[in-house]
Ligand binder design. Structure first.
Ligand code: THU
Length: 158
């Protein structure tokens, strides 16, 4: 039977990572304070490193008409595109804060976010390193956003 395996790195704590990855995660964590999430009270924030080293941040933004909420990941991709049009994001750190419990495991990007992160990679032909962490506990690092979306829909079919 065909099988699919996803490889990722696991760090016991941010301090075990490179200084660059720690910095990016710290920028994402600091941005949780900007999350506009009065309906779910669930904060998500991300920090993207662009090819030239620029770091941009983004967070989830909700709306009284619930389906209109914007996830942190596409908000960050849009911020990056605005700051440096045409420049790929080479790494993104994503973190979360729950109103009801301490999240000790990383939270994974939702399906829609995975599709958008993956298309950014294919569009710019550059892998995007993903650094995921909850409020505490380990950090998971994926070397490509596409690793989180095996068998994803591809624009090559259109
Ligand atoms: N959210 C994100 O920002 N990114 C994800 O990948 C999953 C969910 C946000 C949307 C909403 O504001 C809140 O988290 C709860 O779903």
């Amino acid at each position: 039977m065909p099988t699919h395996t996803i490889q990722y790195e696991e760090y016991a704590s941010p301090e075990a990572m490179s200084a660059a990855d720690q910095q990016l995660l710290a920028a994402a964590t600091a941005s949780l304070a900007h999350s506009y999430s009065p309906y779910s009270n669930f904060k998500v924030a991300a920090a993207a490193r662009l090819e030239d080293g620029t770091v941009v941040t983004g967070w989830n933004t909700e709306n009284a008409a619930y389906p209109m909420c914007i996830c942190a990941e596409p908000a960050t991709l849009a911020a990056a595109a605005s700051q440096r049009p045409g420049m790929p994001v080479v790494a993104m750190a994503i973190t979360v804060k729950s109103p009801s419990m301490e999240l000790r495991e990383p939270a994974s990007p939702c399906g829609s976010c995975r599709q958008q992160l993956r298309e950014h990679e294919t569009r710019f032909r550059t892998p995007m390193r993903l650094i995921l962490r909850g409020e505490s506990g380990p950090v998971y690092v994926f070397s490509s956003a596409g690793d989180l979306l095996p068998f994803g829909f591809s624009g090559e079919l259109l």
